[in-house]
Design a protein around this ligand. Structure first.
Ligand code: NAP
Length: 311
């Protein structure tokens, strides 16, 4: 089988180096030779940036496998891929701890206003006035929207902060020792911190809307480490502006990295650049898994981490 692989997005340099040693790489924006479209048998790309729709698949008749670097694959038209018998893999588990760590970091950052405190000290403001009081984290109520791998890892960390944990999702989990609320609004109404950890895509689009934010209330803090699409961002910015929620810690946004500049003026948000899995160790582990899936495909071996829809 031809070892022609198309890149759906840029990938980390170390992964690019590994890919170049094994495969003939193509970037679909720069394919000049029409024969390449028939030579490519696999795609590889970063989860949040990899976009594969029906039209793209139609251009590559011999693609049989898509290896995603990341756990989320909301940019892939999975139904169209399955119709063609294309197998899709992702990199679950290896990034769970880092994303949960960042969620806790955002909870502490916005609750205790750590970045704002840093700015206050650097600006020399401390000599003139004390810093405003912040919000307690230990012993408060955490609501988790989506108690999957990352949601559970956040709950584990929050338990060490004596937080009372509750969750929502498509259904109650029989093995979860936490209170279940059937809707995000009910969960929000009973949370001090509300963190989202569901996948992106049509099913979860705007699931955190104005009604959920209203239920979270003026003392509530919202954390998003999932996908920007999960939140009605217009409603979120409005809620932050009129203080109908206390604040937000956001790692993901609509239209990354060109995020809405209204965020820059808000003092009640902490913003990070889609950093959930962004550690040396985890990015290496994700690359190893994405490369191992690709190798298994070309060696005609079972793929290691198929997305649930392809299992
Ligand atoms: P996971 O184990 O599949 O967990 C997802 C959870 O969401 C499950 O509890 C699932 O419920 C729930 N869910 C799915 N669809 C839902 C819906 N329509 N309504 C309500 N709940 C729904 O996935 P994970 O490994 O924890 O990853 C979660 C997401 O985090 C990824 O998809 C990705 O978008 C995001 N992520 C972000 C970063 C970052 O850098 N910020 C890094 C990695 C991942 P069930 O139990 O009912 O299936």
């Amino acid at each position: 089988m031809s070892k022609d692989v198309m890149l759906l997005s840029s990938v980390p340099t170390f992964m690019m180096n590994d890919l170049q040693q094994e495969y003939v790489l193509h970037d679909h924006a720069h394919i000049l030779d029409p024969e390449v479209f028939t030579k490519v048998t696999a795609f590889v790309g970063v989860g949040s940036a990899a976009k594969v729709d029906r039209n793209l698949l139609a251009m590559f008749p011999n693609v049989k496998m898509i290896s995603i670097f990341g756990v989320g694959y909301d940019g892939i038209d999975v139904a169209a891929a399955k119709e063609r018998g294309i197998q899709v893999t992702h990199t679950p588990d290896v990034l769970t701890d880092d994303v949960a760590d960042l969620a806790m970091g955002l909870i502490l950052s916005i609750g205790r206003r750590i970045p704002q405190s840093d700015k206050f000290v650097r600006n020399g403001d401390w000599v003139s006035e004390p810093f405003t009081m912040t919000r307690k984290v230990t012993g408060t109520r955490l609501g988790v929207v989506g108690l999957g791998r990352i949601g559970q890892a956040i709950a584990k960390r929050a338990a060490a902060f004596d937080m009372t944990i509750a969750y929502t999702g498509r259904r109650a989990k029989t093995n979860a020792p936490f209170r279940y609320y059937p809707t995000a609004s009910e969960l929000a109404a009973n949370s001090d911190y509300l963190v989202v950890a569901v996948p992106g895509g049509d099913d979860t689009k705007n699931m955190i809307n104005a009604q959920v934010l209203k239920a979270l209330g003026p003392k509530g803090i919202f954390i998003n480490i999932a996908r920007g699409s999960v939140v009605d961002q217009t409603a979120l910015i409005q809620a932050l502006k009129d203080k109908s929620i206390a604040g937000a810690g956001l790692d993901v946004f609509w239209d990354e990295p060109n995020i809405d500049p209204q965020f820059f003026k808000l003092q009640n948000v902490v913003l990070t650049p889609h950093n959930g899995s962004n550690t040396h160790e985890t990015r290496r582990a994700m690359a190893d898994l994405a490369l191992a899936n690709l190798k298994a495909f070309f060696d005609e071996q079972p793929l290691l981490t198929l997305i649930p829809e392809c299992q």
